[in-house]
Design a binder for this molecule. Structure first.
Ligand code: HSE
Length: 369
């Protein structure tokens, strides 16, 4: 039986991974072992063989006993153990949610509904590192992979509306606390006058009472047009990933330009994106919709009308589901080759956990295990 080690399975992405693996009965026929960096010797989840105790996530010998390691522990951990494991001649498969190895030449970014051929060809070449993509890029590609695969995209801009979950569990909790503070403030001095309520809100948003330890500034009732580190030429790292990862995932060379502005908004776990796509040629709208709908089994083309859009194309509608709706599809006034669209996806599912569990499935078929 394939011995699969899980690290970081208790964190937010790890918990969603565990939940999805249980729902899909992925543990059947596996020999799963669970590692910890803080509770070694504690009780492992019920799926655990091997005594049911948590093993030490820093124990390279124990890690190296696994055929496959799946890490949701974060980039720092990857940096600490991956190199030494390989130096110690570990030849197992490394599946990781963190970005640390994503752009390495020895690693493939996994999003199999979109790049199954890239993954299959890497397995055939004995590549041993399979890394989940940036959530924004993965969700965008789940929506528009059809157009990329058809070779129709000349360039694309992505204007994002990213959920708190992308920044981690503590940020989600802080967002909810901020919402609580703001609503409390309006309850203290109830008013039906919108300008008075607005004054109470802005006072609270700017007050030192508002919890901002995580975000540094208010997110509730506001937004933050900056995600991740500063990069050269005015981009942020999150924006830089758009082009780098899209082209690596799709295996496109020469690369298609992808760029935009990444913005954190006060939603919980769904990232949304407004897209402007410049096509290489004028394609009728009905054909574009058909190509998009054929991209994979999870993308849903939403008719460009108010009723369908407001019902189906929102974080509230999509949260907790594997559907990736894309709507508002129409030709832009810039010309017949310019298409506007809007897409929403669950950041913790297709944006994080789902590609990992599916990679394990692909690996099991590949190894016949
Ligand atoms: N970096 C993303 C975000 C999340 O901050 O929303 C994961 O790719």
């Amino acid at each position: 039986m394939l011995r699969v080690g899980f690290i970081g399975w208790r964190g937010m992405v790890g918990s969603v991974l565990m939940q999805r693996m249980r729902e899909e009965k992925d543990f059947a026929g596996l020999d799963p072992v669970f590692f910890s960096t803080s509770n070694v010797g504690g009780a492992a989840p019920k799926e655990c063989a091997d005594g049911g105790l948590l093993k030490d996530g820093a124990d390279l010998r124990e890690l190296a006993r696994c055929d496959v390691l799946i890490s949701c522990q974060g980039g720092e951990y990857t940096g600490e153990v991956y190199g030494p494991l390989r130096k110690g001649k570990w030849t197992g498969y490394w599946i990781d949610a963190a970005s640390a190895l994503r752009m390495s030449e020895d690693a493939v970014i996994i999003l199999d509904p979109v790049n199954a051929e890239v993954i299959r060809s890497a397995l055939a070449k004995n590549v041993r590192a399979y890394i989940g993509g940036n959530c924004t890029v993965s969700l965008m590609l789940m929506a528009v992979s059809g157009l990329f695969r058809a070779g129709l995209v000349e360039w694309m801009t992505t204007m994002t509306y990213q959920a708190a979950s992308g920044a981690g569990a503590a940020k989600m909790l802080e967002l909810v606390k901020q919402i609580g503070f703001l609503t409390d403030a309006t309850r203290k001095t109830p008013s039906e006058n919108a300008l008075e309520v607005d004054r109470a809100m802005i006072l609270e948003q700017r007050s030192p009472r508002l919890p901002v330890k995580e975000f540094g500034v208010p997110l509730a009732g506001s937004l933050i047009p900056w995600i991740a580190e500063e990069m050269p030429e005015g981009q942020t790292k999150e924006e830089w990933k758009g082009m780098a990862e899209t082209n690596k995932i799709m295996g496109i060379d020469p690369p298609v330009p992808v760029d935009g502005i990444c913005v954190r908004v006060g939603t919980m776990r769904c990232h949304s994106q407004g897209l402007c796509i410049k096509l290489k040629k004028d394609v009728p709208l009905a054909d574009i919709e058909q190509i998009l709908a054929g991209g994979n089994a999870w993308v849903r083309v939403i008719p460009n009308n108010k009723e369908s859009t407001t019902r189906c194309l929102t974080p509230t509608a999509v949260s907790g589901t594997l559907s990736v709706p894309i709507g508002r599809i129409h030709k832009l006034k810039m010309g017949p080759k310019f298409v506007g669209a809007f897409t929403v996806g669950d950041q913790l599912l297709w944006g994080a956990a789902e590609p990992l569990r599916r990679m394990l499935g692909i690996l099991r078929s590949h190894l016949n295990a």
